[in-house]
Ligand binder design. Structure first.
Ligand SMILES: Nc1ncnc2c1ncn2[C@@H]1O[C@H](COP(=O)(O)OP(=O)(O)O)[C@@H](O)[C@H]1O
Ligand SMILES: O=P(O)(O)O[C@H]1O[C@H](CO)[C@@H](O[C@H]2O[C@H](CO)[C@@H](O)[C@H](O)[C@H]2O)[C@H](O)[C@H]1O
Length: 489
């Protein structure tokens, strides 16, 4: 079997094991779209491939960077995708040669095209399937912001991630993080667009953007365009607030001061976004569109968690009240705001990450102007989530293996009823402090929009129910309890 055949045979099962693969529980049915050759060191073929899983209800386009080497590399065993005679195919994000080539494509503002000729690396695009449209329509170009950087080493960020991020040490200056988008969608990726807008608007509440890689590929008779990767300043040695919050819960440390500052930072970011990116009036059509999105979300949650069907009338009443309440103008927002997306950086304060929006939502919705209260609601849910995770942990304390779903840095959290009360009081204080901070910065208390906030919190909890049912069923009780609380009023 050649390396190319071995790759074709191995790729679906390999993809099905990856954290970023969205079709949980089944192997993808892959259709090639095309590949982009990247300059690699002598003897190493580097390319990033676009493959479509046509077995999904809505086909999903994935990016799969691969390297092909003539021999195995000690230490890269975990990154082997396939092996053939005299060739080993690696996950290109984990192979330092692949990682360096991806970053170079951004900072050297490379123009990329399909691998050509007989020397081309093993090609998933050769797999059986409809004829591939002309290779020339698959391409990409890098775009650098600021001075070039030169990488001296790389490692893949570990942990729960929807994409793959690679950290680079660089010859001079702060380290760099390159986020390789795994699910590629047509349109400007909001992570890139929003962070670049914030930075150009003078905000230091996001890591400094360093550039991006924009790709294009055939989509029917059209050409689609979307971001493949995004490079930015890496802030080393700072734990995300989710981990900090869990430890604060474990040790009974108050989070109110930090939560208040987070509320202020959130308001500041919203103000810059309203200034730098398009806004829209919350007219009847916009309200109808949002209400219909809320209803669809409930339908999805009811499918994932059938017991929710019994609460349909209550859910509808909360959503309708939210739709009928006063709304501010719509603007760009974070879109998937939670404690895992914010870093409290010493000497700099709160920094916000990952403006991609909710991964389960279509890109067109994620890039449309939205309600800033959606972010407020997201963070309020996250404080509840932190307390809820302690409850889940309590249920698991006799089953250490199931506690593995918790972030690795947190120890076991065996809690008793009194402690659970303390956790919920912790979350209540954090929620109020966050709202206080946001209100102090804007001059308007977000609690004045109680009906809207409640609808958005409910909507978020319903999204979380779907997310947990698909990804972490052990955590489903957390959004379920959230829904119950929000319906209780
Ligand atoms: N610029 C950065 N500096 C420091 N840590 C970062 C940076 N970007 C991301 N991270 C870390 O990586 C994690 C995942 O990044 P994120 O952008 O949320 O990826 P994904 O969209 O794949 O979930 C974050 O929670 C944070 O801990
Ligand atoms: O960070 P992502 O863009 O991948 O966001 C998705 O995954 C999150 C989980 O990692 C999920 O967030 C939920 O769990 C968090 C704790 O792990 C909690 O802080 C959030 O409040 C809760 O919503 C997020 O919803 C999902 O889109």
């Amino acid at each position: 079997m050649t390396a190319s055949e071995a790759l074709r045979a191995a790729l679906p099962a390999w993809m099905a094991r990856q954290r970023w693969y969205t079709g949980k529980g089944r192997e993808p049915r892959l259709e090639p779209v095309g590949g982009l050759a990247l300059p690699g060191p002598d003897g190493v073929d580097v390319a990033t491939w676009l493959v479509r899983d046509v077995g999904a209800a809505d086909p999903v386009l994935y990016q799969v960077p691969l390297t092909v080497r003539p021999a195995a590399v000690p230490g890269l065993e975990h990154a082997v995708v396939a092996e053939g005679p005299g060739q080993v195919v690696y996950d290109g994000c984990h192979d330092p040669a692949g990682a360096a080539a991806l970053l170079a494509a951004v900072v050297d503002e490379a123009r990329l095209g399909p691998p050509g000729g007989d020397e081309a690396p093993a090609d998933p695009a050769d797999a059986a399937g409809p004829a591939r449209p002309g290779g020339a329509v698959v391409g990409a170009r890098g775009h650098r912001i600021g001075a070039p950087v030169s990488a001296t080493g790389s490692r893949v960020l570990r942990g729960e991630q929807s994409n793959t991020s690679i950290i680079f040490d660089v010859a001079a200056g702060a380290p760099v993080i390159l986020k390789v988008f795994r699910v590629v969608q047509a349109g400007r990726n909001p992570d890139v667009e929003v962070q670049e807008a914030l930075a150009s608007g003078g905000s230091t509440r996001v890591p400094r953007p360093l550039g991006d890689l924009l790709g294009w590929w055939p989509a029917g008779a059209q050409r689609a365009e979307g971001h493949l990767a995004f490079a930015q300043e890496f802030l080393p040695g700072v734990e995300d607030a989710w981990r900090v919050a869990l430890r604060a819960l474990e040790t009974g440390t108050d989070f109110a001061g930090r939560a208040r500052a987070l509320g202020e930072a959130t308001a500041e970011v919203h103000a810059v976004l309203a200034r730098t990116l398009p806004t829209a009036e919350a007219d009847a059509a916009a309200r109808e569109a949002v209400l219909s999105g809320w209803r669809q979300r409930f339908a999805a949650a009811r499918d994932a968690v059938p017991e929710l069907a019994a609460r349909a009338d209550d859910v509808e009443a909360v959503l309708r009240a939210g739709a009928a309440a006063p709304w501010p103008p719509l603007q760009r927002i974070h879109g998937d705001y939670h404690l895992g997306q914010v870093l409290d950086v010493p000497g700099r304060g709160w920094v916000l990450l990952d403006f991609e929006g909710e991964p389960l939502r279509p890109l067109a919705e994620r890039t449309a102007p939205d309600l800033p209260q959606r972010d407020i609601a997201g963070m309020l849910r996250s404080f509840d989530y932190a307390a809820g995770s302690a409850t889940v942990a309590a249920g698991e304390s006799g089953h250490g293996d199931r506690a593995a779903n918790r972030p690795a840095s947190t120890g076991p959290v065996a809690v008793q009823a009194a402690e659970l009360d303390a956790h919920h009081a912790w979350a209540r204080r954090a929620r109020e402090a966050f709202l206080d901070g946001y209100g102090a910065a804007t001059g308007r208390d977000p609690r004045a929009d109680a009906a809207l906030l409640r609808a958005l919190e409910l909507d978020k909890a319903l999204y979380e129910a779907v997310y947990e049912a698909r990804n972490r069923p052990d955590w489903l009780p957390i959004p379920r309890a959230g829904v119950a609380r929000l319906l209780a009023g």
